[in-house]
Design a protein around this ligand. Sequence first.
Ligand code: PLP
Length: 453
Amino acid sequence: MSLPASDRTKQADGRTTMELGDVLPLTAEVRGKRLYIGGVDMVELAREQGTALWVFDEADLRNRMETYLHAFRSRYERSDVIYASKAFLNKAVLSLVREEGLCLDVSGGGELACARAAGFPMDRVFVHGNNKTPQELTEAISAGVGRIVVDSRIELARVSEIAGRLGVTQDIYLRITPGVEADTHEYVRTGCEDSKFGFTMLEDFAYTCIKDALEAPHVRLKGLHCHIGSQIFALHSFREAAEVMIEFMARIRDGYGYLIEELDLGGGLGIAYTADDKPSSIDEFAEVTTQAVKDCCARYDLPLPRLLVEPGRSLVANAGVTLYTVGILKTLPNIRKYVAVDGGMSDNIRTALYHANCEPVIANKADEPRTEIVTLCGKHCESGDAVVIDMPLQHPDLGDIVCVFATGAYNATMASNYNGQPRPGIVFVKDGQSRLVTRRETYDDLMARDLEG
Ligand SMILES: Cc1ncc(COP(=O)(O)O)c(C=O)c1O
């Protein structure tokens, strides 16, 4: 794994922090030379808590949750927003999700255990995963989760059997692969035909399995689910998915005489990682999906189902930033300038994984224009270990505090201890106050599970 060749033609954009637009968390501002988020000085916070550090703007998180709910409910009465906790999970964010009235998507026993520990209402929990173990299913069903999203025929039999053993009837969805090629990176595309997820519609497999679900003794088929991928900019993919799903619901009504009551269209709305990204807004997403569902239901004379969406990234990514300290500077003539920070692929795997990029600024020079092109490399033993590749930055000096934006989704949850790196702490900031909501790992944590030696 290595970095892509440096683009020598790239010019620094000269932007200052506040010119980075949609990338910034809601309350980002520059006071004097310094970057503030939630009214808190990021340079002071880095000094107090150490770096690397994940910081979340609580007002931004709440604002996006409210925007999502309002965008859907104002257009479509019977709708719900499910937060996909794989994007970012700790007890603090679960409290916000609960307070704001969203439902919760958990994938697997660990996320479910976290939701239970946080006291999240189990009837608002949706359980996902393409290979939930019998143990995880047992935990979910006995906890009384709202819906299990069944991903395969084998799992359908398993859920019915476990529910029977526990003496309950479990509400389920079937996850359908709608065959829609979402316009996004192939690693995060999930709704196309060749996918490990869900029931394929090829050779009428999904349709046949609906019958199995209707006949299974201890489950109640409440709805259908699809999720076509992540970081999607082109809204037509969501419209196409909705059309396929509703046509399928009409076929189920006509063929089996059964009305599907609920439709979950998954997550996937893209966000701005760089200042030039122009994603669709939450409102535009809601407009396209609710209109598609209404149009299609009218076409097939179907009553409107309860409609659900399942965003992760677009709820938390821009609310989160990562603070690092510059430790080493290295300029390779005619190749690139490396700015080494005290983290890397252990706290941000997205860059190494798919050369995703983010916008950096120096928090103690936040008012200055970004005049250099740099690669923010990490401290790990991989050539491909970088946080930002060939992006503009203010002139860096040793000890500067770098803030990398839009790192709130799939960073903390995909973090590792590679090279024995303790994972960063997580701080929520709001109204001039900061609170450490997840402490930094210690060296002792790294060895806590070792039983010998
Ligand atoms: C089933 C399911 N729902 C929702 C999501 C959330 O997607 P996003 O974070 O792109 O909104 C994912 C992400 O992988 C997913 O697999």
